[in-house]
Design a protein around this ligand. Structure first.
Ligand code: ADP
Ligand code: ZN
Length: 759
């Protein structure tokens, strides 16, 4: 009987392809292994999904597997089957899903393939990395005898002399014989070579002293005991999933640490997911203090070599805890025992491009399949998770109080922007009460956080003569004025940027005015009004990744008095000396055209309020709004998360949105408006004529123009499928998705299962 295997190739097709396994490769072709296969006229890198014994179908001649790439399968069976399930859940091509989890190919393995006579070109587009060390070549001051050097040796030397030191691997990209050339040059004393470790990751730059675990308080102990119990039951019993619902500063992280310790003690591994790893170095530091440096921190700042080194340490079991943002869900942790999702409500767990997976939902799935324990933690749980608790699918663990005994929740007051005027700065968004509170806090030598979710200097450029608002030519949004780099108008959606015109583009009047307040202007205004205060800003324009951490480190060190910023200031920083938090305009987040606007706005308010008074000094929060009566503001004011959840759940139930229904969003866009509209119509028609559509078990809403009707020059439409029953929704989605093949090729269609971004 010939041995066959199913191979997923990196093409946007849902199906895998069958190949024959030549007897010589029978021992090394295994599920999860990468192989080279002929596909069309090319050789491509594929992943073996499954093997079977049997004959090819009548009349079909299967091609053989050309070569096996990695000595060991890169994807362990547990991870491979999880990825296949994810692919089917999100209607995402398996080849693209696998790409999310696959590491780079090791250069050594590539060389072995080349030695077997496999085309080097095949793998040229695949990411490759060297082993642990990187070899560099550097030119010396020595001068060659004329006429000694020919061919590549001469070219390599010339390149090195113009560039200075280079990795030999980089030279090889240009010159096939670079290695031999470097050897020759080295023997002539013209070049020296050196092997070096890849640069050490910034998260591990400073040593972290081990900590002494604190004695848990009662609520923490109870939570720990429940998780322990579940960890003990592993293997024997079915898995268990928890929602750790604890107010900000209640010591959730301590519970995570204990859970991991329990997991490690049983010889199992753990995955920890956080919204933005770059903003949580403190969390990483706490993990290092407890477990030492045997952690893999997966983040976007890693070099390809570092990422691969981390991946390998996890895959071989040298490291058993992986921490990262949403993509950490794909870490090949062996013998997985625990998945933690911190700030589980955070929108960043949803990937909004390519494969649109939700890492929190997938954490529950992967944990379940791996018989592992899942713990979702938050101070403001998502309605989805709360709903799962009510359905008995998640067990709720509560931490009702702040862990530091003296720390209490801050006092929250609202400022009604319709009634209360500007303070001394004259800016309406810096109200008199806020101004006075700033004065008082600064006088006491304490710190302030001011939150405004608008980047730039002024959110709009308006003509004072005709009222025309400057908008992006490619997107249906207003342009934001940025003061930086001499004053430019920028589109926050497509990143277009241009000079500010002298006159209105409509009426030609030279009367353009900068309206509204962005973080840039806020920083400037505060710095002017409080000349002795040290004011800093944290938003995407000044900081991402390492820079954000540098700003936060200064804040922790007390070198900043007022930190102004966007969402970035709301995340879980533990800043002991912050006693005043100002929310400049709560309405900006609460009035978006999205059924989750209220939930998200509420989470934001509670999270930012949670930055105040985390230690012994009481904190104060001022929320400015034009509608202080709205529920999100009212419940945030009382710190009553449970009551908000109750209220919001009732609202959702009434309108039939998630978690009381499930959604699939078809996003359709094209350069031509009519073409896009027609395509959306085709998809909607197919969905409506599916059996589930006809019986109205699945509602088809649309086609309709998207709230953001135009983006990057493309017109956007959407079709929303909604149903109570997941199976019915899947069936209708499949019918509508099948229609995509018939649609005009100029149209882009994205299937978004369980959509989060609704714009
Ligand atoms: P959360 O993750 O819920 O926001 P943290 O775990 O950051 O809360 O805890 C807030 C603060 O309380 C931290 O400084 C932490 O070290 C401290 N803490 C946590 N648990 C205890 C405990 N049992 N006893 C004393 N301090 C604790
Ligand atoms: Zn734009």
């Amino acid at each position: 009987m010939p041995l066959l295997c199913e191979v997923a190739v990196p093409v946007p097709l849902a199906r895998a392809f069958s190949y024959e396994v030549p007897p010589a490769l029978a021992a090394s072709v295994r599920p999860g292994a990468r192989v080279l296969v002929e596909f069309g006229r090319k050789k491509v890198l594929g992943v073996v999904l499954a093997m079977s014994e049997g004959a090819a179908p009548e009349g079909v001649r299967l091609k053989p597997i050309a070569a096996v790439v990695d000595p060991e399968p890169v994807l362990p069976p547990e991870l491979l089957s999880f990825l296949r399930e994810l692919s089917s859940y999100y209607f995402a091509p398996i080849g693209e899903v696998l790409r999310l989890a696959l590491p780079a190919v090791e250069r050594e393995d590539v060389r072995a393939l080349e030695a077997q006579g496999e085309l080097p070109g095949t793998l040229s587009r695949v990411k490759q990395v060297g082993g642990r060390k990187i070899a560099y070549a550097r030119p010396t001051d020595a001068v060659e005898e004329p006429g000694v050097l020919r061919g590549q040796a001469a070219s390599v030397l010339a390149l090195l002399r113009s560039n200075g030191e280079m990795p030999i691997a980089r030279l090889e990209e240009k010159f096939g014989n670079a290695r031999a050339a470097v050897k020759k040059l080295a023997s002539l004393g013209l070049v020296v070579t050196e092997e070096r470790e890849p640069p050490r990751d910034a998260f591990f730059a400073r040593p972290e002293p081990r900590d002494e675990p604190p004695a848990l308080n009662e609520a923490q102990s109870a939570a720990e005991a429940r998780i322990e119990e579940a960890l003990q039951g592993l293997g024997a019993q079915k898995s268990a999933s928890f929602l750790l619902f604890g107010v900000t500063g209640s010591g959730k992280t301590e519970v995570y640490l204990r859970a991991i310790a329990g997991c490690l003690a049983r010889g199992r591994g753990a995955i920890v997911m956080v919204p933005e790893i770059a903003l949580t170095p403190q969390l990483v530091a706490r993990f290092r203090a407890r477990f030492g440096d045997d952690l893999a921190v997966l983040h976007s700042g890693l070099s390809e070599a570092d990422r691969h080194a981390m991946w390998k340490r996890v895959r071989t079991g040298a490291v058993r805890v992986a921490i990262g943002a949403r993509s950490a869900i794909f870490a090949p942790v062996a013998n997985l025992g625990l998945i933690l999702v911190d700030e589980e409500h955070d929108g960043s767990f949803k990937q909004e491009e390519g494969v649109r997976y939700h890492a929190r939902d997938m954490a529950l799935l992967r944990a379940h399949r791996a018989s592992a324990v899942a713990v979702l933690g938050s101070a403001t749980p998502s309605l989805e998770s709360v709903h799962l608790v009510r359905q008995g699918k998640l067990v709720e663990l509560r931490l009702p109080d702040r862990a530091h005994r003296e720390a209490t929740l801050p006092e929250v007051t609202t400022v009604d922007l319709r009634r209360i005027g500007a303070g001394p700065t004259g800016n309406k968004l810096i109200s008199l009460p806020l101004h006075r509170a700033l004065e008082k806090t600064l006088a006491a030598g304490e710190q302030v956080i001011l939150f405004l979710n608008r980047r730039g200097f002024a959110p709009s450029v308006v003509c004072e003569s005709c009222g025309h608002v400057a908008t992006c030519l490619a997107c249906s949004v207003a342009l934001t004025f940025h003061r930086a780099r001499g004053g430019r108008m920028r589109c926050h959606y497509c990143d277009w940027e241009g000079p500010m015109p002298a006159a209105c583009s409509e009426c030609k009047a030279p009367a353009l005015a900068l309206e509204g307040l962005g973080t840039e202007r806020l920083e400037e205004t505060i710095a002017e009004a409080f000349p002795t205060a040290r004011v800093a800003r944290l938003d995407r324009d000044v900081a991402d990744g390492a820079k954000a951490e540098a700003i936060l480190a200064k804040m922790r060190a007390g070198e900043i008095d007022v930190l102004v910023g966007t969402q970035m200031v709301t995340k879980g920083h533990d800043l002991g000396n912050v006693t005043l938090v100002g929310v400049l305009n709560a309405d900006a987040a609460l009035s978006l055209p999205d059924f989750r606007a209220s939930e998200r706005g509420f989470q934001l308010l509670v999270q930012v309020a949670g930055r105040a008074g985390r230690r012994d000094r009481p904190g104060r929060v001022i929320i400015q709004t034009r509608n202080p009566e709205q529920p999100a503001v009212q419940f945030a004011k009382r710190h009553d998360v449970s009551a908000f959840l109750e209220h919001e759940l009732a609202d959702r139930a009434e309108v039939g949105y998630p978690p009381f229904s499930r959604l699939t969003l078809f996003r359709v866009d094209a350069l031509d408006e009519e073409v896009a509209r027609r395509a959306a119509g085709v998809i909607a028609a197919h969905a409506k004529t599916s059996p589930e559509g006809q019986s109205r078990v699945v509602e088809v809403l649309g086609p309709a123009a998207a709230p953001l009707a135009r983006l990057r020059g493309r017109y956007r439409f959407r079709v929303l499928l909604r149903a109570k029953d997941r199976r019915a929704l899947r069936a209708a989605t499949a019918v509508a998705a099948a229609a995509i093949a018939e649609i005009d090729r100029r149209v882009r269609v994205v299937v978004d299962v369980d959509p989060v971004a609704m714009l």
